[in-house]
Write a protein that binds this ligand. Sequence first.
Ligand SMILES: [Fe+2]
Length: 333
Amino acid sequence: MSFTRAAPLPGASFGSTVRLGNDAGETVAAAEREPKALVAALAEAKGLLLIQGMNGIADGPDLLIRLSRVFGPEVEDYRHTLTDLKSVHVSVPEILLVSNMAPVSKAPPRRPEPPFAADGLIPVQYPHRKGWHTDQSYRRPPPDISLFYAVTPSEKDTGQTLFANGILAYEALPAALKAKVDKLDGLHAQPGSGRSREAALAGRMPRAFAAHERSQRQPVVRTHPVTGERSLYLCEWGQMDWFEGPFVGMEPGPHGAGAALLDEIMAHLTERRFCYAHEWTQGDLLIWDNRCLVHAATWFDGDREGRLMWRTTVHGNPGAYYAGEKKSWIPAA
Ligand SMILES: [Fe+2]
């Protein structure tokens, strides 16, 4: 494939910018001609690719679906996965709308306090920065890849998307901590399901769940199905189960030994040396591997501006660990 690459991404030690054509149509056609090349580029970049100038997707949303299919056999159709239809694109149901504008009306995350870190940059390290997660980790098998396209990004220096690399962070983990997490499972909960750390701290009682809504265990250390690399796989306040977890077999709850260990691992995983902050330009497309990266959204002034992003989610290669599993989130017939 004739494509150019620049790696790593600015200010980071992983990720790659790739260019496959002069516009979105050419790029997608090039990727389809040699689908393995882009998948290999993603693995080589340790899970993060940036393609710029994809503005043609705004008028041709099907291009985003075609590119998504290059990364796996199943692009999620959000009509069939218990997603609020307000957040689903009206004519292309594989596109999830992420926006503060109607009809989605999802407010941006709060600004961290203080808004800048000691080094003058926006904070990335947990717990100063909260909201770190990997997409849909509350499902088994979890998804592989997300594609995120900027239809209308927010103003410069706001509304960034932050990434932390679980492969690099695992490699750098002190031996004692590695031994502690190697065999451990986290318990992941769907945001909004009432099992967050805030809910547990406030003493609220979680409601009972149907089987398909239940929190799911996931290994804290995953083996990547393409590269064999091991990486940390964990979320924090909003996407772990803080009533029965965050870890299986450890003291549960927001004040237990499990909470202390989670705080220690997440602070390590999100050290700036493992992170990348993406400043969005209209037409940017990011492709990330949920199997080895966590990410977080940042604040923008939602009272003053409207931001619209499109996301697709690709499933199909979670690794041998999940072989033969039924989808946990689909209600039994
Ligand atoms: Fe996400």
